[in-house]
Design a protein around this ligand. Structure first.
Ligand code: PSU
Ligand code: MN
Length: 300
């Protein structure tokens, strides 16, 4: 059922650092045709810091932990790749169709394979209209039940970030700011929310995860790696496009798992390449930091 790529298997067996990467960002979060090139760049960013990348997806009826170039291409270029969160994994595998894994399902598969660190872009969470739609990402439940370090640029700024932080607190998911006391704002440097814990080097994060492991705590450790201000999207552009995208999603009756890809797609259409540039910058930064944290964990 699960096929671990031989380079990943060898690294895990030898205790060398491995970083899991998700595939929904490739299939549904980034525009084509850039997504295939970016997927390779994310893997290269992990390698540049001395770790082995393990991009996770469902291809050919099997869960793949580490993709070859052909499998990466299937995920990046196939029309209508399924978006598989945790509840979709069973049907998605049984269908035989290619499927991209979200934060929740990637984390689950990675942890089961023995991978300790995972890099993504921005976390899913509580949507802005959740009080009436009940739309909360399954990422929250996944993070509550999967022991792995998740490096992100905060919560996606299209969400209700404050409500998401409250839910993470309720679910006992720790959020640590890397080099900052503030939660990253995904496309923006600062979400406007402070964090209770901060670390300034990979060893500090590794020490936290070792302490958690020793206690058998089942949740993920979220590491917020905010973009520096000079790399963020222009906040005025962000707010304008977001308001327009939320209204468009509402008018088009978009619901369920289509909401996030729709709004991110709208950003890619309406910011003249700026959302792509920012999304790539933040995910490459997260991949490099994740590799350094995996290195620190492997060293200890
Ligand atoms: N980060 C990005 N782009 C993305 C995602 C994260 O920079 O597309 C994906 C992740 O796979 C995450 C998903 O799990 O968006 C959340 O979708 P939803 O809100 O439907 O749970
Ligand atoms: Mn949702």
């Amino acid at each position: 059922m699960t096929a671990v790529h031989e380079e990943v298997a060898a690294a895990l067996a030898a205790g060398r650092p491995v970083v899991a990467l998700e595939s929904t960002i490739i299939a549904h979060g980034l525009p084509r045709p850039d997504n295939l090139r970016v997927a390779a760049e994310i893997e290269e960013a992990v390698r540049s810091e001395g770790a082995v990348p393990a991009t996770i997806a469902v291809v050919g009826g099997r869960v793949r932990v580490g993709l070859g170039p052909d499998e990466l291409e299937v995920i990046a270029t196939t029309f209508d790749v399924d978006k598989l969160s945790l509840r979709d994994l069973g049907p998605g595998i049984a269908s035989g169709r290619p499927g991209a894994t979200t934060v929740a399902s990637t984390a689950y598969i990675a942890a089961r394979a023995g991978i300790r660190v995972f890099a993504t872009g921005g976390l899913g969470g509580v949507h802005r209209e959740a009080a009436t739609t009940f739309d909360e990402s399954a990422d929250l439940g996944g993070l509550a039940s999967t022991p792995i370090v998740v490096v992100c640029a905060g919560v996606k700024s299209i969400l209700d970030v404050g409500a998401t932080l409250e839910r993470l607190e309720t679910l006992s998911v720790p959020v640590v700011g890397y080099g900052s006391d503030r939660l990253g704002g995904f496309y923006l440097a600062d979400s406007g929310h402070g964090l209770p814990w901060r670390e300034d080097d990979p060893e500090g994060v590794a020490a936290i995860q070792r302490a958690r492991d020793a206690l058998g705590l089942p949740q993920a450790l979220v590491v917020s790696n905010p973009l520096p201000v000079d790399l963020q999207m222009d906040p005025a552009l962000h707010d304008r496009v977001l308001a327009e995208a939320l209204a468009a999603a509402d008018a088009a009756g978009i619901t369920g798992k289509d909401v996030t890809p729709f709004i991110l797609g709208r950003f890619h259409e309406r910011t003249a390449g700026e959302s792509l540039r920012v999304n790539v910058d933040l995910v490459l930064r997260n991949a490099r930091l994740a590799a350094r944290i995996a290195g620190a964990l492997a060293a200890g």
